[in-house]
Design a protein around this ligand. Structure first.
Ligand SMILES: *Cc1c(COP(=O)(O)O)cnc(C)c1O
Length: 220
Protein backbone atom coordinates (compact mmCIF):
# COMPACT_ATOMS: atom_id res chain seq x y z
CA UNK A 1 0.00 0.00 0.00
CA UNK A 2 1.47 3.29 -1.12
CA UNK A 3 -1.56 5.26 -0.07
CA UNK A 4 -3.09 5.62 3.38
CA UNK A 5 -6.60 4.71 2.24
CA UNK A 6 -8.22 5.28 5.62
CA UNK A 7 -6.80 8.80 5.84
CA UNK A 8 -7.73 9.46 2.23
CA UNK A 9 -11.33 8.35 2.82
CA UNK A 10 -11.59 10.50 5.94
CA UNK A 11 -10.22 13.63 4.25
CA UNK A 12 -12.34 13.04 1.14
CA UNK A 13 -15.46 12.77 3.31
CA UNK A 14 -14.72 16.07 5.06
CA UNK A 15 -14.05 17.78 1.73
CA UNK A 16 -17.23 16.35 0.16
CA UNK A 17 -19.28 17.58 3.09
CA UNK A 18 -18.21 21.12 2.20
CA UNK A 19 -18.41 20.63 -1.57
CA UNK A 20 -14.67 21.18 -1.73
CA UNK A 21 -12.31 19.58 -4.23
CA UNK A 22 -9.54 17.42 -2.80
CA UNK A 23 -6.33 17.65 -4.80
CA UNK A 24 -4.00 14.78 -3.90
CA UNK A 25 -0.49 16.22 -3.96
CA UNK A 26 1.69 13.49 -5.47
CA UNK A 27 5.01 15.35 -5.86
CA UNK A 28 8.04 13.05 -5.46
CA UNK A 29 5.70 10.04 -5.22
CA UNK A 30 5.82 7.19 -7.74
CA UNK A 31 3.34 6.54 -10.50
CA UNK A 32 2.18 3.39 -8.70
CA UNK A 33 0.96 5.48 -5.75
CA UNK A 34 -1.02 7.74 -8.06
CA UNK A 35 -2.54 4.71 -9.80
CA UNK A 36 -3.63 3.26 -6.47
CA UNK A 37 -5.68 6.36 -5.78
CA UNK A 38 -6.81 6.60 -9.39
CA UNK A 39 -8.21 3.09 -9.15
CA UNK A 40 -10.32 4.22 -6.21
CA UNK A 41 -11.86 6.81 -8.52
CA UNK A 42 -9.71 9.81 -7.63
CA UNK A 43 -8.92 12.16 -10.52
CA UNK A 44 -7.42 15.42 -9.15
CA UNK A 45 -3.66 15.32 -8.57
CA UNK A 46 -1.20 18.11 -7.82
CA UNK A 47 2.46 18.46 -8.75
CA UNK A 48 5.13 21.10 -8.02
CA UNK A 49 7.80 20.43 -10.62
CA UNK A 50 7.15 20.91 -14.32
CA UNK A 51 9.36 18.10 -15.58
CA UNK A 52 7.97 15.61 -13.07
CA UNK A 53 4.45 16.68 -13.99
CA UNK A 54 5.08 16.20 -17.72
CA UNK A 55 6.60 12.76 -17.20
CA UNK A 56 3.75 11.56 -15.00
CA UNK A 57 1.10 12.99 -17.30
CA UNK A 58 2.54 11.04 -20.24
CA UNK A 59 2.66 7.80 -18.27
CA UNK A 60 -0.74 7.91 -16.58
CA UNK A 61 -4.40 7.79 -17.67
CA UNK A 62 -5.42 10.79 -19.73
CA UNK A 63 -8.52 11.66 -17.73
CA UNK A 64 -6.50 12.75 -14.69
CA UNK A 65 -6.98 16.44 -13.87
CA UNK A 66 -3.49 17.80 -13.24
CA UNK A 67 -3.06 20.78 -10.93
CA UNK A 68 0.21 22.66 -11.02
CA UNK A 69 0.75 24.01 -7.50
CA UNK A 70 4.43 24.94 -7.54
CA UNK A 71 6.27 28.11 -8.36
CA UNK A 72 6.10 28.52 -12.13
CA UNK A 73 8.73 30.10 -14.35
CA UNK A 74 7.55 31.63 -17.61
CA UNK A 75 9.84 29.48 -19.73
CA UNK A 76 8.27 26.27 -18.36
CA UNK A 77 4.63 27.04 -19.14
CA UNK A 78 4.75 25.45 -22.58
CA UNK A 79 5.49 21.98 -21.19
CA UNK A 80 2.14 21.79 -19.44
CA UNK A 81 -0.02 24.03 -21.62
CA UNK A 82 -1.44 21.13 -23.69
CA UNK A 83 -2.99 19.36 -20.71
CA UNK A 84 -2.87 21.21 -17.36
CA UNK A 85 -6.26 21.51 -15.63
CA UNK A 86 -5.54 24.38 -13.21
CA UNK A 87 -2.41 26.42 -12.48
CA UNK A 88 -2.54 27.55 -8.85
CA UNK A 89 0.54 29.69 -8.30
CA UNK A 90 0.29 32.61 -10.71
CA UNK A 91 1.88 35.69 -9.19
CA UNK A 92 2.57 38.14 -12.01
CA UNK A 93 1.03 39.73 -15.07
CA UNK A 94 4.00 38.54 -17.08
CA UNK A 95 3.20 34.94 -16.21
CA UNK A 96 -0.48 35.44 -17.05
CA UNK A 97 0.49 36.69 -20.49
CA UNK A 98 2.83 33.75 -21.10
CA UNK A 99 0.13 31.28 -20.04
CA UNK A 100 -2.28 33.01 -22.40
CA UNK A 101 0.22 32.74 -25.24
CA UNK A 102 0.90 29.05 -24.69
CA UNK A 103 -2.80 28.31 -24.21
CA UNK A 104 -3.53 29.96 -27.55
CA UNK A 105 -0.89 27.77 -29.20
CA UNK A 106 -2.43 24.69 -27.61
CA UNK A 107 -5.89 25.89 -28.66
CA UNK A 108 -7.15 25.79 -25.08
CA UNK A 109 -8.42 28.01 -22.32
CA UNK A 110 -6.23 27.47 -19.25
CA UNK A 111 -7.74 28.12 -15.85
CA UNK A 112 -5.52 29.78 -13.25
CA UNK A 113 -5.52 30.98 -9.65
CA UNK A 114 -3.64 34.02 -8.40
CA UNK A 115 -1.37 33.24 -5.47
CA UNK A 116 -1.56 35.70 -2.62
CA UNK A 117 1.05 36.02 0.11
CA UNK A 118 -0.91 35.61 3.34
CA UNK A 119 1.73 34.10 5.66
CA UNK A 120 4.10 35.90 7.98
CA UNK A 121 7.11 34.07 6.60
CA UNK A 122 9.14 35.92 4.01
CA UNK A 123 9.91 32.83 2.00
CA UNK A 124 6.47 32.09 0.60
CA UNK A 125 5.69 33.26 -2.92
CA UNK A 126 2.69 35.28 -3.92
CA UNK A 127 1.21 38.68 -4.60
CA UNK A 128 0.75 41.27 -1.88
CA UNK A 129 -2.76 42.57 -1.39
CA UNK A 130 -1.86 45.74 -3.30
CA UNK A 131 -0.32 43.77 -6.15
CA UNK A 132 -3.42 41.60 -6.38
CA UNK A 133 -5.69 44.62 -6.60
CA UNK A 134 -3.43 46.20 -9.20
CA UNK A 135 -3.33 43.06 -11.32
CA UNK A 136 -7.09 42.66 -11.21
CA UNK A 137 -7.63 46.29 -12.12
CA UNK A 138 -5.72 45.79 -15.36
CA UNK A 139 -7.83 44.96 -18.34
CA UNK A 140 -7.38 41.21 -18.63
CA UNK A 141 -10.12 40.80 -21.22
CA UNK A 142 -7.59 40.62 -24.06
CA UNK A 143 -6.13 37.47 -22.52
CA UNK A 144 -8.80 35.34 -24.11
CA UNK A 145 -7.11 31.98 -23.55
CA UNK A 146 -6.92 32.18 -19.77
CA UNK A 147 -9.61 32.19 -17.14
CA UNK A 148 -8.78 33.52 -13.66
CA UNK A 149 -11.11 31.50 -11.47
CA UNK A 150 -9.87 32.27 -7.97
CA UNK A 151 -7.14 32.69 -5.39
CA UNK A 152 -4.58 30.41 -3.76
CA UNK A 153 -2.63 30.86 -0.55
CA UNK A 154 -0.49 29.15 2.04
CA UNK A 155 -0.79 29.93 5.72
CA UNK A 156 2.16 30.28 8.07
CA UNK A 157 3.75 27.03 9.20
CA UNK A 158 2.61 27.53 12.76
CA UNK A 159 1.26 25.43 15.61
CA UNK A 160 -0.88 28.42 16.59
CA UNK A 161 -4.27 27.69 15.02
CA UNK A 162 -5.39 31.28 15.53
CA UNK A 163 -2.63 32.62 13.29
CA UNK A 164 -3.44 30.06 10.60
CA UNK A 165 -7.19 30.73 10.84
CA UNK A 166 -6.74 34.49 10.58
CA UNK A 167 -4.57 34.13 7.48
CA UNK A 168 -7.14 31.90 5.77
CA UNK A 169 -9.92 34.28 6.78
CA UNK A 170 -7.96 37.13 5.24
CA UNK A 171 -7.68 35.28 1.92
CA UNK A 172 -11.39 34.52 1.96
CA UNK A 173 -12.07 38.23 2.48
CA UNK A 174 -9.80 39.12 -0.41
CA UNK A 175 -11.79 36.79 -2.63
CA UNK A 176 -15.04 38.43 -1.54
CA UNK A 177 -13.81 42.00 -1.93
CA UNK A 178 -12.32 41.35 -5.36
CA UNK A 179 -15.34 39.48 -6.68
CA UNK A 180 -16.75 42.56 -8.33
CA UNK A 181 -13.81 42.74 -10.73
CA UNK A 182 -15.51 40.24 -13.00
CA UNK A 183 -14.91 40.16 -16.70
CA UNK A 184 -14.94 37.78 -19.63
CA UNK A 185 -11.71 36.18 -18.41
CA UNK A 186 -12.06 36.70 -14.65
CA UNK A 187 -14.53 35.35 -12.14
CA UNK A 188 -13.18 34.64 -8.68
CA UNK A 189 -14.91 31.53 -7.30
CA UNK A 190 -12.22 29.07 -6.29
CA UNK A 191 -10.39 29.39 -3.00
CA UNK A 192 -7.42 27.01 -2.90
CA UNK A 193 -6.19 26.83 0.69
CA UNK A 194 -5.39 24.07 3.17
CA UNK A 195 -2.73 21.34 3.27
CA UNK A 196 -2.16 18.24 5.43
CA UNK A 197 -1.58 20.23 8.60
CA UNK A 198 -4.33 22.81 8.25
CA UNK A 199 -7.02 21.67 5.79
CA UNK A 200 -9.67 21.37 8.51
CA UNK A 201 -9.22 25.03 9.51
CA UNK A 202 -9.12 26.05 5.85
CA UNK A 203 -12.45 24.33 5.15
CA UNK A 204 -14.02 26.03 8.15
CA UNK A 205 -12.81 29.35 6.73
CA UNK A 206 -14.41 28.75 3.34
CA UNK A 207 -11.83 26.88 1.29
CA UNK A 208 -13.36 24.97 -1.61
CA UNK A 209 -10.15 23.32 -2.77
CA UNK A 210 -7.65 21.64 -0.46
CA UNK A 211 -4.21 20.38 -1.50
CA UNK A 212 -3.19 17.42 0.61
CA UNK A 213 -0.02 15.38 0.14
CA UNK A 214 1.74 13.77 3.09
CA UNK A 215 -1.42 12.77 4.97
CA UNK A 216 -2.41 10.64 2.00
CA UNK A 217 0.90 9.49 0.52
CA UNK A 218 3.12 9.56 3.61
CA UNK A 219 5.96 11.95 4.35
CA UNK A 220 8.35 12.97 1.60
C1 LIG B 1 3.59 20.17 -1.08
C2 LIG B 1 2.46 21.13 -1.16
C3 LIG B 1 1.20 20.81 -0.62
C4 LIG B 1 0.92 19.54 0.16
O1 LIG B 1 1.58 19.59 1.37
P1 LIG B 1 1.35 18.48 2.52
O2 LIG B 1 1.75 19.14 3.76
O3 LIG B 1 2.21 17.33 2.14
O4 LIG B 1 -0.10 18.12 2.49
C5 LIG B 1 0.17 21.73 -0.79
N1 LIG B 1 0.35 22.89 -1.44
C6 LIG B 1 1.55 23.23 -1.96
C7 LIG B 1 1.69 24.53 -2.65
C8 LIG B 1 2.64 22.37 -1.82
O5 LIG B 1 3.83 22.74 -2.32
Amino acid sequence: MLVNIEKYNAIKAVADERNATLVAVSKTKPIEAILELYNLGHRDFGENYVQELAEKQAALPQDIRWHFIGHLQSNKVRYMAPFVHLIHGVDSGKLLKEINKQALKANRIIHVLLQVHIAQEETKFGLSEAELTALLSEDLSSLQNIFVEGLMGMASFSADATIVRNEFRHLRQLLETNRQTQGPTVNLQTLSMGMSGDYAIALEEGSNLIRVGSSIFGSR
